[in-house]
Write a protein that binds this ligand. Structure first.
Ligand SMILES: Nc1ncnc2c1ncn2[C@@H]1O[C@H](COP(=O)(O)OP(=O)(O)OP(=O)(O)O)[C@@H](O)[C@H]1O
Ligand SMILES: [Mg+2]
Length: 302
């Protein structure tokens, strides 16, 4: 099974308004999949459908290789999730709180120390949860969702409301989970910088429609970047490069920037300049960020 989650043209309407319009997700096993979209785009609605909390109007959802059905919820035993704000019993300490989940799920005692170790809270397990920082609470909620070693973790905006240190802690935790706990992570977010640091794969929805879905590295590499060059003879270089169809700016009498160029075309630009006796002192290629890619696709839709 290549995909842990696969949805096929899932559509959902609320009060006559189409909220999800033929959403087809493909989430690879062992990936950290960042599900992007602005406020109100339909991320939480999609997550509620994946978790069987909402029925689709049209389309189908396959998780762990089987189509999900309201009548058969066994697939949920292998999913850990946090939707909305995590509910923690704050008068308990972490070990006591996780003990409740352990008993409910009938898991071995070792499971508590295993998940506390993963989220880096082993040293704080006796501290009352109300004394935890927001980031520690979020990590505890993730520990709770990892009880029983789920194959899939679904998180709706996991870094929402956290301070910079909390964001870093949760980021490091989520990034390492596939390898550390053999678990696929599906997380929604509108924080593009954050997703760029965590995800291996990304998909985005805008007004209920998928606007892209790709591995992060392919998305960034396929997007056209900028090549900044420090050279002799910038005017001659400009003429040469324009004649080859490049668009570019002259910044100073030694600096030019080629906008919208694929990375693999940079060596031929260098060669062209050298062949024309133009000396290159510095050359720097800057790839697009996830944010720039998102904006580009967004503009295409609007
Ligand atoms: N139960 C419901 N009844 C009616 N409309 C709903 C319901 N649930 C969601 N919506 C609408 O569906 C749209 C998508 O909402 P959703 O919560 O999925 O967005 P989101 O991408 O998670 O946004 P955010 O980033 O703000 O969390 C919104 O316009 C919302 O008002
Ligand atoms: Mg939401």
């Amino acid at each position: 099974m290549e995909y842990i989650i696969e949805t096929n043209k899932v559509s959902k309407t609320f009060n006559g308004k189409k909220i999800l319009d033929e959403i087809s997700l493909k989430v690879k096993q062992g990936s950290v999949y960042g599900f992007l979209g602005n406020n109100g785009a339909g991320k939480s609605t999609t997550i509620r459908i994946l978790l069987g909390l909402l029925k689709v109007d049209r389309g189908d959802v396959t998780i762990f290789g089987d189509k999900i059905a309201i009548s058969n919820a066994t697939y949920k035993q292998h999913i850990g999730c946090i939707i909305d704000s995590p509910v923690l019993y704050e008068h308990l300490n972490a070990a006591e709180f996780l003990q409740l989940t352990r008993l409910l799920k009938n898991l071995p005692k070792t499971e508590i120390s295993r998940v506390l170790e993963i989220v880096g809270l082993a040293d704080n397990k006796k501290l009352i949860i109300s004394n935890y920082s927001l980031g520690m609470k979020q990590r505890l909620a993730i520990a709770n969702s990892l009880m029983g070693q789920p194959r899939l973790l679904i998180l709706d905006e996991p870094t929402n409301g956290l301070d910079p240190q909390g964001i870093i802690d949760v980021r490091n935790l989520l990034k390492n989970l596939p390898e550390q706990d053999n678990c696929t992570v599906f997380l929604s977010s509108h924080l593009l910088d954050e997703v760029e640091k965590i995800a291996t794969d990304v998909g985005a929805i805008q007004q209920g429609k998928m606007i892209f879905q790709q591995s992060l590295s392919e998305l960034i590499n396929d997007a056209l970047g900028c090549l900044s060059l420090e050279i002799t003879e910038p005017k001659l270089a400009l003429d040469l490069l324009v004649s080859k169809g490049f668009s570019l700016d002259i910044q100073s009498n030694s600096q030019i920037t080629i906008t919208n160029i694929e990375k693999q075309h940079c060596p031929s630009v260098h060669q062209l300049l050298i062949n024309n006796n133009i000396e290159i002192f510095q050359s720097r290629y800057q790839a697009r960020s996830l944010e720039q890619c998102f904006q580009k696709f967004n503009q295409q839709v609007n």
